[in-house]
Ligand binder design. Structure first.
Ligand code: HEM
Length: 392
């Protein structure tokens, strides 16, 4: 029987609702908010296996039905990693990885530190501040623009366009289309300029990436740049916000971090497990009839993997709602398998630098509102805060 699960309860209380669903089983046949059939995986073992299962395709051409969830991006921006399976994915990922190296990320540390300090210095005066507005929201866009090599003069436009696309106001389909078109044209101009005048950045490195004479096409370059802007922005914003919130809700851990007894990195990993910014995987389509934990998924059936549910599965993580940075969790916040997040080292670095800068700056950091007033975005697709008022 199909039971709708994408309702207000799941949006406002994902942990409680997913715990109930896991109690009923690890796989659930249901419908998406726009009325399409979907199979949702909530158990850890099944989620980890599904994320790496080559019989589950990310290519939209393999969908049995086409819902609104499939048509959010125009076709010229579709040539990217999260729409592809092997071997197309293998070729593209190899080329992008040649440019987006761990070393390129590590080299950004001093710039990210300077950007975090600048943002905190520019905070409005007064004893209270909203850390989402002052730090968590702006830092990741600045970092991605720096990483890609988006010229200074265009960054404000990119931030505006990306925000329009990520949080469209009701009835603003035209605004979104205009933002998408402007961004697309502007990116083509930037790529053209970098072809003629190479600079030291990820876009130039992707233009130059070669593999036995093969390189990224214009449409692949633009699509991947779009993916990096989208995948790398909102998720990183909420990793910063969620990590700071976790520390504020656990003052004994905040004190341990301050005296060097607890590593910020461990707090970040437990935050990724406990409140993963990207709670529901990219949709997948069954290439053949599958049976997952006894539930049949037909050919072309759509599958969503609940990362937030898997990360709190009591079969994998005892007392999952206890925030314990010492558990070294094997969480699925960055996915698993061939689509494992390419930006994971950058996301971790940004969160670490943001927390370090904040703690340096504010020895008396406290929440300015009672914990029960913490406002999460009501969303199935993101786990993050609307605002984070603190007294500093
Ligand atoms: C906390 C921050 C982030 C989270 C939680 C996150 C999460 C994820 C997840 C779960 C996937 C796999 C999706 C799936 O298989 O369904 C993914 C893929 C990806 N992410 Fe991230 N991400 C984050 C930050 C970033 C950043 C900063 C970048 C780039 C600057 C980035 C770039 C990508 C790319 C390019 C892929 C596709 C990889 C592939 O298909 O081969 N992400 N991310």
């Amino acid at each position: 029987m199909t039971i709708p699960i994408f309702d207000d309860a799941l949006m406002t209380n994902p942990h409680g609702r997913y715990a109930e669903l896991r109690g009923a089983g690890p796989v659930h046949e249901t419908i998406t908010p726009d009325g399409e059939a979907v199979w949702v995986i909530t158990g850890y073992a099944e989620a980890r296996a599904a994320l790496a299962d080559p019989r589950l395709s990310l290519n939209k051409a393999n969908a049995r039905t086409r819902g609104a969830y499939l048509s959010s991006m125009p076709p010229e921006l579709d040539s990217h990693l999260l729409n592809m399976d092997a071997p197309d994915h293998t070729r593209l990922r190899k080329l992008v990885s040649k440019a987006f190296t761990p070393r390129r990320t590590a080299n950004l540390r001093p710039r990210i530190e300077a950007m975090a300090d600048e943002l905190l210095d520019a905070a409005p005066p007064g004893p209270e501040v909203d850390l989402m507005t002052v730090l968590a929201n702006p830092l990741p866009m600045n970092v991605i623009c720096e990483l890609l090599g988006i010229p200074d003069g265009s960054r404000r436009d990119f931030r505006r366009w990306t925000n329009t696309l990520l949080s469209p106001a009701p009835g603003s389909a035209n605004d979104s289309r205009r933002a998408m078109r402007s961004m697309y044209r502007h990116l083509l101009d930037i790529i053209r300029a970098k072809r003629e005048d190479p600079t030291d950045d990820l876009l130039t490195a992707m233009i130059q990436a070669r593999d036995e004479d093969d390189g990224l096409t214009e449409s692949e370059l633009v699509s991947i740049t779009f993916l990096i802007l989208f995948a790398g922005y909102d998720n990183a914003v909420h990793l910063i916000g969620n990590t700071i919130t976790a520390l504020l809700l656990h003052p004994e851990q905040l004190s341990a971090v301050r005296v060097g007894e607890l590593a910020i990195r461990d707090v970040i990993e437990e935050t990724l497990r406990s409140d993963p910014p990207f709670p529901l995987s990219v949709r997948r389509f069954a290439l053949e009839e599958l049976t997952i934990a006894g539930t049949r998924v037909p050919v072309g059936g759509r599958v969503w993997i609940s990362i937030i549910s898997a990360n709190s599965d009591e079969a994998q993580f005892p007392t999952p709602r206890r925030f314990d940075p010492m558990r070294a969790p094997s969480h699925l916040a960055f996915g698993h398998g061939i689509h494992h997040c390419l930006g994971a080292p950058l996301a971790r670095l940004e969160a670490e630098v943001a927390v370090e800068a904040l703690l340096r700056r504010s020895p008396e950091l406290r929440m300015a509102a009672p914990p029960e007033d913490v406002q999460w975005w009501p969303s199935f697709h993101k786990r993050g805060l609307r605002s984070l008022p603190v007294s500093w």
